[in-house]
Ligand binder design. Structure first.
Ligand code: CTP
Length: 396
């Protein structure tokens, strides 16, 4: 995902320095050109050879190396970097970077680089919360450098509080948000619905379906990585809220309808992946005193069809995408749905296909518009999400 991207990883003196090795290995596996620069103090925690082996490039440590080529190299690196990541970033590095101090290889290259810069602090809570550090962070942000809030928890020094290096997978997602795509959706607003809805029968039980939300979360993540401003309206799922996405949690179809219709007007692209329950028990859960006996006692009433509502309100410049699950006549039935719900594209799953639909890591879909139907092979839900946006840009 990072092919042809030059990522510079700065490592400073923190007990979390070893986590930068995992990050380096991941970036290399994403086919990035990875270059690590360490401060002197970082080398007390981890050896440069580790980074050299993982990245396959020289680990830079000292600006005063006698090798002329080597000095040129660090300015070259500042020029060719697509993304500069400092993880872990100590209070000392943050103070130097905020004040333009360039007294070693890392701070010199950092000051010379003009690319996007991300800083992931890791330090003792008291150091992090010190107003001096906070002022330095504010100053860096003022200059357009992103300083990402550290995690909170038990720290290596024995204190508990803010200052923990973010988990490596979160740092990875921040990198992907900036470097995985050319931000072709920059300036666009994208709304995605995901997951099942839960329709209460009584205070204890509810009607739901098998949707895990994975497809919708992949769609939201892909849009964010392409630079869009993304809102995800999610039914109850067991997934972590995606980084870089505004997530609104809902339970019932009515709540999903309310949240979506409140902001649908301002969206450029809306993707309804949610498996919205068509029906709900007639009586509101709160009105029930006793549990009902299943199934005869449940009287059902219809839920609003969100996609149909959005289709009816659609602006010419808006793109609305629905999903459909079919067991037969996939293209014909989906085209009927496309027409009935006035949307621009239907992403259709055939439930008979192995690896398609709910609860799988993969999906098998056909992308259907008024005039085209493109059947995609089995692929990961992340890949399907990417194809959906490629298709919208090209064919909708
Ligand atoms: N959908 C919706 N609101 C509903 C039901 C469905 O917005 N109350 C959306 C889904 O998110 C999906 C699309 O409509 O994008 C198609 O959902 P599906 O359940 O396949 O369509 P239905 O209209 O329910 O048709 P059927 O069940 O007859 O196939």
């Amino acid at each position: 995902m990072l092919k042809n991207k030059c990522i510079v990883i700065g490592v400073t003196g923190s007990i979390a320095a070893y986590k930068a090795a995992e990050l380096t290995s991941w970036a290399k596996k994403q086919h990035a050109d990875v270059n690590v620069i360490m401060t002197k103090n970082a080398q007390y925690f981890i050896n440069p050879i580790t980074f050299e082996t993982l990245a396959g490039t020289k680990c830079l440590t000292d600006t005063f190396d006698r090798n002329f080529q080597y000095n040129v190299e660090h300015v070259e690196l500042a020029k060719k970097a697509d993304l500069f990541v400092v993880a872990p970033a100590s209070a000392d590095f943050i103070a130097k970077a905020a004040n333009g101090i360039a007294d070693d290889m890392l701070t010199t290259t950092f000051l010379a680089a003009t690319c996007k810069k991300l800083i992931f602090p890791a330090m003792n809570t008291r150091m992090y919360e010190n107003p001096i550090t906070q002022d330095n962070i504010a100053k860096l942000r003022h200059y357009g450098i992103e300083v990402i809030e550290p995690g909170a928890g038990y720290l290596a020094c024995g204190d508990t509080g803010k200052g923990k290096l973010l988990p490596v997978e979160d740092i990875e997602e921040h990198i992907l948000l900036h470097a995985a795509y050319d931000h072709d959706l920059e300036g666009k607003k994208v709304l995605v619905s995901a997951g099942p809805t839960q329709e209460d029968i009584d205070p204890v039980r509810f009607i739901t379906n098998h949707s895990t939300g994975r497809m919708g979360y992949a769609v939201a993540k892909n849009a964010a990585r392409r630079g869009a401003e993304v809102t995800l309206v999610s039914g109850p799922v067991a997934l972590k809220e995606p980084i870089g996405v505004k997530t609104i949690q809902v339970k019932s179809a009515q709540q999903m309808y309310d949240e979506i219709t409140a902001i649908s007007d301002e969206q450029d692209i809306i993707v309804m992946t949610a498996a919205v329950a068509d029906m709900r028990p007639e009586q509101a859960a709160g009105e029930k005193i006793h549990k009902v006996t299943m199934p005869d006692a449940i009287k059902l009433t219809t839920n609003p069809d969100i996609l149909s509502f959005l289709g009816a309100q659609k602006r010419d410049d808006q793109r609305i995408i629905g999903f459909s699950m079919e067991t037969e006549n996939l293209v014909e039935n989906s085209r009927l749905k496309l027409k009935k719900k006035h949307c621009d594209m239907i992403v259709a799953n055939c439930l008979r296909d192995k690896g398609a639909g709910f609860g799988t890591e993969t999906n098998v879909v056909t992308l259907i518009t008024k005039d085209r139907a493109e059947e995609l092979p089995i692929m990961s839900k992340d890949e399907v999400a990417e194809k959906i946006f490629d298709f919208i840009e090209k064919d909708c």
